[in-house]
Design a binder for this molecule. Structure first.
Ligand SMILES: NC(=O)c1ccc[n+]([C@@H]2O[C@H](COP(=O)([O-])OP(=O)(O)OC[C@H]3O[C@@H](n4cnc5c(N)ncnc54)[C@H](O)[C@@H]3O)[C@@H](O)[C@H]2O)c1
Length: 389
C-alpha cells in the first residue's frame, strides 16, 4: 500500500469521479530504449522501497475495518496528479486510501483484500478504447475479462458481497432496433465490447450460486468533467489516436493536433456520421451512488446509463466549436474498423428502479466545463500545467 500524501487515509465525499487520464508511465509497457527500461526499473524499485517502508505495510490500517472510500489503480492510464488532488481535498484519516496495484496480479489482490475490509467493489479499471481493442485484442481480454475474473475470485475468497461493475453500451454491438433497452440482445462487434460482455457473463454466472449484490451499469459515451474544475481528462499522448471524440476536439482546439478527423460519413444516419448517446460524468457519478444504495444481496440490477437521445458526430463537432470558441478544422476520412452507426439508450429502467435520470448532461455545457479544465491545464496534471492559452 503506498501513501502518496501527508496522510494515508483520506476522506471521500458521497460522490466519486470516475475520471481517467494517462500521463504516467505504464510500468508494464515494453520499450526498446535502454534508458526507459532503466527508468522503469528504477521507478519499480522505488515503489517497492516505499511499499516496504510504508507504516501501513506492517501495521494495522484504518482500512482493515470497514470504512468508506478506497481508490485502486496501477496508473497505467491514470494520473497520480489526480490522486494527489483528491487526497488534498479529503485529508481526514480513515476515509480515502490510494493503493498502487495491478488488478492482474493475483498476489497483490489477495494481499489487498486480506488487509482491508471492503464493503463493496466499484470495478472501473479497464483499458477502454474500441480502436485499440481491434489492434491489440489480447490486451483487452486480459485486462478486462481476466482481471474481472481475478476480482471475482478475490471478492469470493474474502466475502466481499457487493459489486458495481462498469460495463458499456459496446456490449450491444449494433442492434437493429433503437433505442437500446437492457433486453436488447448483446452481440458485441469489437474486442472491447466482447471482453466486457464476457466479464458480465462471469459476474452473472458466479452470482447464480451466491448472495452477492450486483449492479451492472452499461454506460453510453461519457463526456464532461468535474464542474468545480479540480479534475479533468489528461490522456497519455501516445494514446491520442485511439482517444475519444471530446479529447480529439480539445486537442484540435488547443492546436496540439492540426484538426479533427471524423471517420465515416456514409453511415445510415441523417447526416452520415455516427450517432451516440453522450452522458455527463457527473450524471454517471450519481448513477453509481444510486446503484450502490439500491444494491441488494442476491439481486442483480442491469442498467443502461444514457440520456435516451442520440447526437451525431457533426452535431458534436458544432457543439465543440461553440464550447471552445475555436475554429476547428475538420477532415473527413473513411470509417474506422469496429465502429457502429447509431447507438442510443432507453434509460427508462434506471429511472423506474433507481430514480435516476441525466440531470447534468447538455452537450455544449458539458463540453464547456471540460474545456475550462483543458484550457487551464495545458500539461495535464504536470507541474507547469496551469498556464492559460
Ligand atoms: N469513458 C467512456 O465513455 C466509457 C463508456 C463505457 C464504459 N466505460 C468504462 O468505464 C470505466 C472507466 O473508463 P474511463 O473512460 O474512465 O477510462 P480511463 O482509461 O480514463 O480509466 C481507466 C483506469 O483504469 C486503470 N487501470 C487499467 N488497467 C488496470 C489494472 N490492470 N489495474 C489497475 N488499474 C488499471 C487505468 O490506469 C485508468 O486509471 C472502464 O471500465 C470503461 O470500460 C467508459
Amino acid at each position: 500500500m503506498l501513501n502518496f500524501s501527508r496522510s494515508r487515509a483520506q476522506t471521500r465525499p458521497n460522490r466519486s469521479h470516475p475520471l481517467g487520464g494517462m500521463d504516467f508511465a505504464d510500468p508494464k509497457k515494453k520499450n526498446g530504449a535502454v534508458g526507459k527500461i532503466l527508468l522503469a526499473a528504477g521507478l519499480t524499485a522505488l515503489c517497492i522501497l516505499i511499499l516496504k517502508q510504508s507504516p501501513s505495510f506492517n501495521s494495522p490500517s484504518p482500512f482493515s475495518r470497514h470504512e468508506e472510500g478506497v481508490t485502486h489503480d496501477n496508473l497505467s492510464r491514470g494520473n497520480l496528479g489526480a490522486v494527489k488532488i483528491l487526497q488534498g481535498l479529503f485529508p481526514e484519516p480513515g476515509r480515502l486510501q490510494f493503493i498502487y496495484a495491478d488488478l492482474g496480479d493475483p498476489k497483490a489482490m489477495h494481499k489487498i483484500f486480506s488487509e482491508n475490509a471492503f464493503d463493496a467493489v466499484m470495478h472501473f479499471a479497464a483499458v477502454a478504447y474500441v480502436g485499440e481493442s481491434t489492434l491489440d485484442p489480447l490486451k483487452y481480454y486480459h485486462n478486462i475479462t481476466s482481471n474481472t475474473l481475478g476480482i471475482m475470485e478475490a471478492m469470493a475468497a474474502h466475502n466481499v458481497n457487493t459489486l458495481i461493475y462498469s460495463s458499456t453500451c459496446a456490449t450491444y454491438g449494433e442492434p437493429e432496433k433503437m433505442p437500446i433497452t437492457e433486453e436488447t440482445p448483446q452481440i458485441p462487434i469489437n474486442p472491447y465490447g466482447k471482453a466486457k460482455k464476457m466479464a458480465e457473463d462471469i459476474i452473472l454466472d458466479f452470482h447464480k450460486n451466491s448472495d452477492m449484490a450486483v449492479m451492472i451499469l452499461r454506460y453510453f459515451n461519457v463526456i464532461g468533467s468535474d464542474p468545480e474544475g479540480r479534475l479533468g481528462e489528461a490522456p497519455r499522448p501516445e494514446l491520442r489516436e485511439h482517444g475519444r471524440i471530446s479529447g480529439a476536439c480539445f486537442d484540435a482546439a488547443r492546436g496540439i493536433t492540426p484538426g479533427l478527423k471524423v471517420r465515416g460519413t456514409d453511415y445510415k444516419t441523417p447526416d452520415g456520421t455516427c450517432i451516440r448517446d453522450y452522458i455527463d460524468v457527473t450524471d454517471l457519478v450519481d448513477a453509481h451512488v444510486k446503484a450502490l444504495n439500491k444494491a441488494k444481496p442476491g439481486h442483480v440490477g442491469i442498467y443502461n446509463v444514457g440520456t435516451g437521445r442520440g447526437r451525431s458526430v457533426k452535431e458534436f463537432v458544432e457543439a465543440c466549436k461553440k464550447a471552445t470558441g475555436a475554429p476547428i478544422k475538420v477532415e473527413y476520412l473513411p470509417r474506422r474498423p469496429g465502429d457502429y452507426a447509431e447507438v442510443f439508450s432507453d434509460p427508462s429502467k434506471i429511472l423506474r428502479e433507481l430514480n435516476w435520470s441525466a440531470q447534468h448532461t447538455d452537450l455544449e455545457k458539458s463540453l464547456q466545463v471540460a474545456w475550462r479544465w483543458q484550457k487551464s491545464h495545458r500539461n495535464g496534471y504536470g507541474s507547469s500545467s496551469t498556464a492559460s492559452i
